[in-house]
Write a protein that binds this ligand. Structure first.
Ligand SMILES: Nc1ncnc2c1ncn2[C@@H]1O[C@H](COP(=O)(O)OP(=O)(O)OP(=O)(O)O)[C@@H](O)[C@H]1O
Ligand SMILES: [Mg+2]
Length: 270
């Protein structure tokens, strides 16, 4: 029913600023484009430095990070240290000045299999801080199908997206809401669920979340933490957050971003 409604939806192009997997192509690096397969793959960020074009100062300095698939990583650190900047690089919204962002497969004995593969922006979903501020549509259905192909020739793709949508709504527990509902009328927790579902429709290999608990009341925060616990079973999740205590039970690896853009692996100080 949900999938059928989505497949029939008339769509409008989504604004570039909306929280949707970016289509920015990564152009270089020594990796090849490919999808993360099940098994023993890791996201590997290798010596990534970032200096915005036309500026004199690095925002990120030789960042190294490794995160196994279907695990939960958390980056914490002071405001202005560069956490969101790093997420933007991982999502392909800007390009590293140097270094690489790859997926490396390993065998059971820990030896790398083949060459590292490029993590393309199409394989990454990013949910920005306060994603509900970027909702544009009047109904949940329009919000989630914004940007879907409109041509008849794309029918197969649309059907696949509709199927993904059904799965995404199931996995974030949104099946009880009406597709005609205004997204702005949803509760805080349900708005975050919707923002996550929009990303999950694209079946990303890596899900990036910037401050997923920010601005929510205690009940919605607990709700989102439980949801992330569920999503972790099937997705690789990297979160930036100041809410260390609440996310602590989910965290497999954590890093502190220090002022000046240096990342150091460190246990959560809770
Ligand atoms: N395009 C840019 N050009 C120059 N400086 C920038 C640019 N984008 C961000 N900055 C600066 O980079 C630093 C890191 O910003 P960023 O938003 O990544 O920090 P953050 O760790 O996410 O902070 P917060 O916890 O407050 O969200 C800040 O000093 C910011 O002003
Ligand atoms: Mg930030």
């Amino acid at each position: 029913m949900l999938a059928a409604a989505a497949a029939m939806a008339v769509t409008v192009p989504r604004a570039a600023s909306h929280c949707f997997p970016a289509n920015t192509a990564r152009t270089c690096w020594s990796c090849r484009a490919a999808r993360v397969e099940a098994g023993h793959s890791r996201l590997e960020v290798r010596k990534v430095t970032y200096r915005p074009p036309g500026t004199e100062q690095n925002l990120l300095n030789e960042i190294n990070l490794s995160l196994q698939e279907k695990s939960f990583g958390l980056i914490f650190g002071r405001s202005g240290s560069g956490k969101t900047t790093l997420l933007q690089l991982l999502a392909g919204l800007s390009e590293p000045t140097s270094g690489s962002i790859c997926i490396q497969k390993y065998d059971d004995t820990g030896n790398p299999i083949g060459l590292p593969e490029l993590l393309t922006s199409q394989r990454v979903g990013i949910v920005f801080q306060f994603p509900e501020r970027y909702f544009l549509a009047d109904t949940v259905l329009e919000e989630v199908t914004f940007g879907w192909p409109r041509q008849k020739a794309d029918l197969l793709l649309k059907e696949q997206l509709a199927l993904n949508l059904q799965n995404a709504f199931n996995s974030v527990g949104l099946t009880t809401i009406s597709l005609d509902e205004n997204p702005q009328a949803l509760s805080g927790g349900f708005k975050r669920r919707l923002a996550l579902a929009i990303q999950l429709v694209q079946t990303p290999d890596l899900l990036l979340l910037d401050e997923p608990l920010a601005g929510l009341d205690w009940k919605a925060r607990a709700d989102v933490v439980n949801l992330l616990k569920d999503l972790k079973k099937h997705h690789t999740i990297l979160v930036v957050s100041h809410d260390l205590r609440e996310l602590y039970p989910l965290v497999d690896r954590s890093w502190r971003m220090e002022m000046g853009g240096s990342l150091k692996e460190e246990a959560l100080p809770v």
